[in-house]
Design a protein around this ligand. Sequence first.
Ligand code: RM4
Ligand code: MN
Ligand code: MN
Length: 397
Amino acid sequence: MMTDQQTERVAAALDAFQIELPSWGFANTGTRFGKFLQPAAATSTAEKFADAGEVHRCTGVCPTVALHVLWDLPGGVGDSAEVQGLAAKHGLRAGSINPNTFQDQIYKYGSLGNPDASVRRAALDHLLDSIEIAKRLESRDLSLWFADGSNYPGTQNMRHRRRWFEEGLRAAHQSLTGTQRMLVEYKPFEPAFYHTDIADWGMALMLAQSAGPRAKVLVDTGHHYQGQNIEQIVAWLLDLDMLGGFHFNDRRYADDDLTMGSIDPYQVFRIFHEILHFEWETGRRADIAYMIDQSHNLKGKIEAMIQTVTTAMELYAKAALVDHEKLASLQTRCELVDAESCLKDAFSTDVRPAIVEWRKARGLAADPMTAFRESGYLGRITAERAEKNRSMVSSYA
Ligand code: RM4
Ligand code: MN
Ligand code: MN
């Protein structure tokens, strides 16, 4: 049983916790071998917002939706007003804006890192359009992930490409206005398998630092080699004031995009712990965008999202229970067994009853999944969308 003081700590932590939903998490997605189509999957931006609104209604902590420019605003800047309206209709706001410099045919050999200056220019123009979209949607973060790289040794000049990235990101940074930020994401491989231009956090950090003061690093938990200590990267970026946000998902092998905390919940807890311990120690709130980036192609789209948000809340609440004062003193004295137990005690605490209390006090459903299942929403959208989804293409080649 938790003490009253612990219950209060959980409530205070959750009051300050929000996590962003990815629009693409509601649409049919798959692997590179094909898509398994779901009859209830969202088939339009309007349907993605409707589904996100349902997740927010059931959980109460997801007021923003990350948008992929090409998929959600295919008409570019001109679609902004309509998207703004869709968000408002469902009690939501546009979240991070994700440019797409990887799907167009011109990007076959890269975007900002392409040896062809006209392609680099096209990629930069798309980034500038995306910044304009973000401005109109009053969205703060431009979230950048590049597929750039090469597949075969010797085929590209990695130094030149690095410089082109530096130039492009600097130019994009100059167009940021107000409180806008630029988040630089890294990924070790895929779709390029020999080299990726922004392969790890060090490269992302250096590019962000050279781009300008409002560029920060984005950590996608799936974008690391096996066994890498992600919470150490988090600790370093926090200490350098360079941690901008997360893309949460889980994985077993590579960028599997499984639902958050499904394979290793302790890792997510350790990440949250580093952040909350930093906040306790410095008395400063870490300005971090928590975002979900999953491609759950087998689980029901909305249920998987509710499960993810619930998991995130539980792990964040557990991390809030760490006795920071005690831990700090154990660390100083190198009391290894007790220090580790101090973490584990928090991780082992069943925070679910406290979260139910928190939800009730805020007029939310005690159990988001049950609330969703009883709402009849899934039945309604299945009837509306099944036909459209049946006619989608699912093959790989
Ligand atoms: C990438 C990366 C990006 C996401 C794309 C679709 O692997 O995680 O954040 O936008 O996938
Ligand atoms: Mn990502
Ligand atoms: Mn990814």
